[in-house]
Design a protein around this ligand. Structure first.
Ligand code: SF4
Length: 219
């Protein structure tokens, strides 16, 4: 954390105030029932996909298959049609079947609850694994996606080049009570206010304190 960085507690409270009236993200809507399989599958669908597409694609897919057995019973072509227009929908359809097969063969159809086992599933990276651990199982972990990575750097909480480095740095610095909620808070904030190219600083409660590290354009 740099000398100019904003304090965690007060800053997160202000961000929570700012996002309170905003719509929940697609993943937090899926996450509300804490079903590990749905959270895992929706997170895969969400990669390189707009939030509104993730929500509707997940809903269509889960109406047809909401367990590994049912998912594996669907042909890849059918899954493709259900999740279209999610990014890389063809690759994801095959991946969802492969994950379901591994869950059935190695985990008795259950989604594992350790980072190591989740990372061993086909195509599952740290973001997805951490989301399942924190949201579905309420175990300690920090899910860092592009929003969390970008905003933590802008606020001066970390000085990192990649989401993986941000996760490591946050594990050292961020108080544990924020580990689980930080993803949902910063994703909503990043989609609506602290946007990638030109953040809405004029509408942000942190406007007068924010160090705005690496922000070159703002509104
Ligand atoms: S002031 Fe701007 S850069 Fe800083 S957190 Fe708010 S929107 Fe993001």
């Amino acid at each position: 954390m740099s000398a100019r960085a904003l304090p965690f507690g007060r800053t997160i409270r202000k961000i929570q105030l700012a996002i309170a009236p905003l719509r929940a993200t697609a993943l937090s809507t899926v996450a509300s029932d804490r079903d590990p399989f749905r959270i895992l599958i929706s997170c895969i669908i969400s990669l390189r996909t707009k939030d509104e597409v993730t929500g509707s694609a997940s809903a269509r897919l889960f109406r047809a298959a909401d367990t590994p057995e049912k998912m594996l019973a669907l042909p890849a072509r059918k899954i493709e049609r259900l999740i279209f227009p999610a990014g890389f929908y063809r690759t994801k359809a095959r991946q969802l079947r492969a994950i379901s097969q591994t869950l059935l063969e190695k985990h008795h159809g259950r989604v594992p609850d350790t980072l190591e086992e989740l990372l061993a599933l086909p195509g599952v990276g740290r973001k997805t694994a951490n989301l399942v651990i924190t949201v579905a199982y309420q175990k300690p972990g920090i899910c860092v996606d592009t929003h969390v990575h970008r905003i933590c750097n802008r606020l001066g909480w970390v000085r990192t080049q990649t989401p993986e480095q941000t996760e490591t740095a946050l594990r050292q610095a961020l108080p544990r009570r924020y580990w689980i909620p930080i993803n949902d808070i910063l994703v909503t904030f990043g989609q609506n206010l602290c946007q990638p190219v030109s953040p809405w600083c004029s509408k942000c409660l942190l406007d007068h304190q924010c160090p705005r590290v690496n922000v070159f354009r703002k509104r």
